[in-house]
Design a protein around this ligand. Structure first.
Ligand code: C2E
Ligand code: CA
Ligand code: CA
Ligand code: CA
Length: 279
């Protein structure tokens, strides 16, 4: 028994050690990645279900490290948050996204909206509001063209302060989207207190949609709840036509997913827009 215990311990210890080393390696490379211009911002279109037109994009970061290869944001964003590197990185993302939106505005796509993921670490920064407003005015885009995507977890952190900041940003015309809706802890009563403009239904609810009546009724409920509260409702992770047809039927406002397009680099995003507008 003693031997076995030792073995288990050794195994456990090793995997923890490996994980730790991995994190350290990523963190080390992250530190220089911004200066070395290893990041790229991709854009995934959102389509308005009423008109069938592209209504905007979500900006998603990509990291191609010369040493580590392609690293998923699912693994490096957490590390960037823990090391606070997310602050300069998040600012880079916001600036890139707003300047891309400005370019689109000049091409008459001025009704578009650009959605940018914001980490709680950024939100808690004292100068978050001036940073956002500064980038908005330097890019020259209308505040209503910018949507900040936050997750429910930001409200676990000093609720009052976060609510105040988001309310102020909203009062300036910026939109706030609640990302990954349905996966967190939010009770319905507390949802009403949040300064948000958009609900994004998480992919986890869209995946089992096709032949699962439970997730169908769940989605119907989320859509009507959102509309009841005067919010726009967006579904993410839409991969097939049956999901799309169902979402249309529920009155969901917008969809985003591989069915329409994967996230694309800037150049391909421009091409997609040209192709789309010729249709
Ligand atoms: P998220 O904000 O929930 O973004 C949606 C994720 O789903 C993206 O993954 C997107 O590429 C993926 N996706 C979209 N449509 C489909 C689909 O039809 N099928 C499938 N299988 N996947 C789809 P991605 O780009 O790997 O990003 C993962 C997460 O990393 C994001 O989840 C977000 O939490 C975070 N992230 C990405 N970029 C940023 C950023 O610039 N800042 C911050 N703070 N977080 C970011
Ligand atoms: Ca998002
Ligand atoms: Ca999401
Ligand atoms: Ca997510």
């Amino acid at each position: 028994a003693k031997e076995a215990g030792k073995g288990v311990y050794a195994l456990y210890d090793k995997s923890l050690h490996t994980e730790f080393k991995e994190r350290m390696t990523i963190e080390k490379h992250l530190r220089s990645a911004l200066d070395n211009e290893e990041f790229e911002l991709f854009f995934q279109p959102q389509v308005d279900l009423l008109t069938g037109d592209i209504s905007g994009f979500e900006a998603l970061i990509r990291w191609n490290s010369p040493d580590l290869g392609f690293v998923s944001p699912l693994s490096f964003i957490r590390i960037a948050e823990d090391s606070r590197l997310i602050i300069p990185l998040g600012e880079w993302v916001l600036r890139k996204a707003c300047h891309f939106m400005a370019e689109m505005s000049r091409k008459q796509y001025n009704h578009f909206r650009i959605a940018v993921n914001i980490s709680v670490i950024q939100l808690l920064q004292d100068n978050f509001i001036p940073t956002v407003l500064g980038i908005l005015s330097e890019s020259g885009i209308a505040p209503k063209c910018l949507e900040l995507e936050i997750t429910e977890s930001v409200f676990m952190e000093s609720f009052e302060r976060i609510v105040d900041k988001l309310e102020y940003l909203q009062s300036q015309g910026i939109r706030i989207a609640l990302d990954d809706f349905g996966t967190g802890y939010s009770s319905l009563s507390y949802l009403q207190q949040l300064p948000i403009s958009t609900l994004k239904i998480d992919k986890a609810f869209i995946d089992p949609l096709s032949d699962n009546s439970y997730s169908q009724s769940f989605i119907k409920t989320m859509v009507s709840l959102g509309h009841e509260m005067g919010l726009e409702v967006v579904a993410e992770g839409v991969e097939d036509r049956s999901q799309l047809a169902f979402l249309k039927m529920t009155g969901c406002d917008k969809v985003q997913g591989y069915l329409i397009s994967k996230p694309l680099p800037e150049r391909n995003t421009r091409e997609l827009l040209e192709k789309w507008s010729r249709k």
